[in-house]
Design a protein around this ligand. Structure first.
Ligand code: NAP
Length: 337
């Protein structure tokens, strides 16, 4: 049994961490830390969780206790830098849901996040926790939980690139996200009056998740150019990603499907689909659904996941399970809202 601290537990991803940890047979204690809501009651912040989780007073992150075995960090980017080095020195297990420890190269981090990194030595230690590929274990102390868009792009692309990278001319990834992807802080462009009935691309050629996706696909042998374009959808949650791969020659679709089936056959949270998935098949779940379709020298792979679950808290709890040698599904499967 372990004790868990959730730093930033009053936000969107924090709420799911709370539910999953509360559901977990081996988590005996959960403490929530935040800044502006410190001192408030958790069930004032999340009244919908009344009767589901016990109430508690939110603690101030300024009085962080080091008594927990594991810390989830669910803070805006840059904020984790204030806590991770100390927690690491004190031999705590850490799972950071933000982007501060995902990029291996500090210069790439500083360019894309426009911040100075205070603990670049930990970038070499942090394990990139894409749970279906980089299995963490009892020796892992610091997990960089992947971004929501990168998870939605890497799960459908990695099996193909691992086997067929030499056949690729180019990869084009188009992702569509719901508004919860940017957290709970109000922003004018996220107002319903702006979003309703509307779709637009944003951060074109400059999204900070692009270097993260590139970093991981380069490890699989990607040599071809890659484009990544993000769009905002007028829905609250979910990411839909359509990846188009142009090939040098025609491949056999059965060989590609065999590769995906073999990579994912024992992975309980990835479902290969016969038709393109729909967002509603995966929202509020930890599943990533994938479909592929080959026509001549063009392969189109569609994928869908919930940004707050498989793209964040569900995957983070999978990482916790792997760090402690527990079954991947504990706490997550059968959890609803
Ligand atoms: N949303 C997604 O779909 C998603 C997916 C994958 C990864 N992520 C990453 O996960 C992290 C959290 O995202 P989120 O969507 O949950 O954000 P969020 O809804 O904005 O929640 C942020 C949390 O951090 C706390 N906080 C803010 N500033 C703080 C500070 N200076 N010191 C201490 N606590 C502070 C907030 O609480 P108070 O306001 O009470 O202080 C709140 O609990 C981000 O790094 C994000 O990039 C998000």
């Amino acid at each position: 049994m372990i004790s868990v601290g959730i730093i930033g537990g009053t936000g969107y991803t924090g709420k799911h961490l709370l539910e999953y940890c509360n559901n977990h047979p081996y988590v005996k204690e959960i403490a929530v830390y935040a800044k502006s809501s410190a001192g408030d009651k958790l069930l004032n912040i999340f009244p919908e969780l009344c009767g589901i989780i016990p109430d508690q007073t939110v603690s101030s992150v300024d009085n962080l206790s080091y008594q927990h075995d594991l810390y989830f960090i669910s803070l805006p980017h840059g904020e984790a830098l204030k806590y991770v080095p100390d927690l690491y020195k004190k031999n705590k297990k850490i799972i950071d849901l933000g982007g501060d420890y995902r990029l291996n190269d500090v210069t790439v981090y500083e360019k894309h996040y426009k911040l100075t990194h205070n603990s670049p030595e930990l970038l070499k230690i942090a394990k990139y926790g894409l749970t279906e590929f980089n299995v963490t274990d009892k020796n892992t102390d610091l997990v960089a939980n992947p971004g929501c868009y990168p998870t939605s792009a890497l799960l459908p692309l990695k099996p193909f690139i691992q086997k067929f990278s030499e056949e690729i001319i180019s990869v084009s990834i188009n992702s569509y996200s719901g508004t919860s992807g940017s957290g709970k802080t109000p922003k004018p462009e996220m107002l319903m009056s702006e979003m309703y009935g509307n779709v637009a691309a944003y951060n074109v050629n400059s999204h900070r998740h692009k270097p993260e996706i590139e970093q991981e696909l380069l490890k699989d042998g990607l040599m071809a150019p890659m484009a990544f374009t993000t769009h905002l959808l007028p829905v609250a949650r979910g990411i839909y990603t359509t990846s188009t791969i142009h090939l040098k020659k025609e491949l056999d679709e059965t060989d590609i499907k065999t590769q995906f089936n073999s990579v994912y056959k024992d992975k309980c949270f990835v479902r290969m689909r016969e038709v393109p998935p729909k967002l509603t098949w995966v929202t509020y779940t930890n599943f990533c659904d994938i479909n592929l379709s080959l026509s001549g020298k063009t392969l189109v792979i569609t994928s869908a996941l919930d940004n707050l679950v498989k793209g964040a808290s569900g995957q983070a709890v999978q990482n916790m399970n792997q760090m402690f040698g527990w079954n991947d599904c504990l706490g997550i499967l059968n959890s609803k809202k």
